[in-house]
Design a binder for this molecule. Structure first.
Ligand code: GDP
Ligand code: MG
Length: 312
């Protein structure tokens, strides 16, 4: 418990502490991809892992039903008086229909609805002091561990979504691949994403300086993170760990030598949390806001609203 869950850049400065303590902040992760890739399992894994082991209230025995609607699960994590409301938005699998055209519509509709909600609050005369933030700060896109290539649908989907939200591609069920297969597949996926001009997070163009670029280059070279999810615990060397039993033994979900779940979690919730919020607010939300302003012929009071204290 010695390590802080809140990255240094979002830890409150002393004079801000009281305010932040009371207000806390929101962080929202969305999970999308084909049916059966382990999305719902990963939602449980996130909440059961070290992120929230110290917070109470998360039931231990859950049977995961097939996801039929977009569903948000929230959990307040608190440390050192700072509260983070972590929400994970689980979505039904897509790609099962005969005609998958525009199957990203419900997802982008949800994302835009959250922008709209925020915008409405911003232009409201009787503005809340702190606007509840339901905007999607990142969208984990699950790639099937086929070892071949991306599906056309994956490409289309990521292309569409990357214009409205921070996309983070991940390789699902990576315990089904050998280390060599995994590395080769990761390499191939990166090449394909590049070929198709898909801008995933952290986007090159938003690197602030050389230091930022160097750090993010290293991360980009290891993406997409190859994850394993599980909500079952096993006894390993006298410790209870989240894992999956395979013919070779237990794959430990939170062991960085076994898979990249912990890497992904720390990237999202620790090192890049603040940046994900900033890119969402300054780029994706701003794009939405500007478009709405345009649609209104520039006459809407939206244009006068530059004074809103942001929730970053
Ligand atoms: P969803 O349709 O994407 O939400 O997938 P589910 O979470 O419902 O999982 C579908 C099936 O895959 C279940 O039987 C899970 O136990 C299994 N599963 C989930 N994650 C993993 C994983 O990381 N590796 C393996 N091998 N199986 C997994
Ligand atoms: Mg599901």
């Amino acid at each position: 418990m010695s390590e802080s869950i809140v990255p240094p850049e979002v830890r409150p400065k002393p004079q801000m502490r009281k305010k932040t303590m009371k207000a806390g902040f929101d962080f929202n992760i969305m999970i999308v991809g084909h049916s059966g890739l382990g999305k719902s399992t990963l939602v449980n894994t996130l909440f059961k892992s070290q992120v929230s082991r110290w917070s109470s209230g998360w039931g231990s025995e859950h049977k995961i039903p097939k996801t039929v609607e977009i569903k948000a699960v929230s959990h307040v994590i608190e440390e050192g008086g700072v509260k983070m409301k972590l929400t994970v938005i689980d979505t039904p699998g897509f790609g099962d229909q005969i005609n998958n055209e525009n199957c990203w519509d419900p997802i982008s509709k949800y994302i835009n609805e959250q922008y709209e909600k925020f915008l409405k609050e911003e232009v409201n005369i009787a503005r809340k002091k702190r606007i509840p933030d339901t905007r999607v700060h990142c969208c984990l896109y699950f790639i099937s561990p086929t070892g071949h290539s991306l599906r056309q649908l994956d490409i289309e989907f990521m292309k569409h979504l990357s214009r409205v939200v921070n996309i983070i591609p991940v390789i699902a069920k990576s315990d089904t691949m050998t280390l060599d297969e995994k590395n080769e597949f990761k390499h191939r996926v990166r090449k394909e994403l590049e070929t198709h001009g898909i801008e995933y997070y952290p986007q090159n163009e938003f690197d602030d300086d050389m230091e930022d670029k160097n750090e993010n280059d290293k991360i980009r070279e290891t993406m997409p993170f190859a994850v394993v999810g599980s909500d079952k615990e096993f006894q390993v060397n006298g410790k209870r760990v989240l894992g999956r039993k395979t013919a070779w033994g237990v794959v430990e979900v939170e062991n960085p030598n076994h898979c990249e779940f912990a890497l992904l979690r720390d990237f999202l919730i620790r090192s890049h949390l603040q940046d994900l919020k900033e890119v969402t607010h300054n780029i994706h939300y701003e794009t939405y806001r500007a478009r709405r302003l345009n649609d209104n012929g520039g006459l809407h009071p939206i244009s006068a609203n530059n004074t809103q204290e942001s929730n970053l």
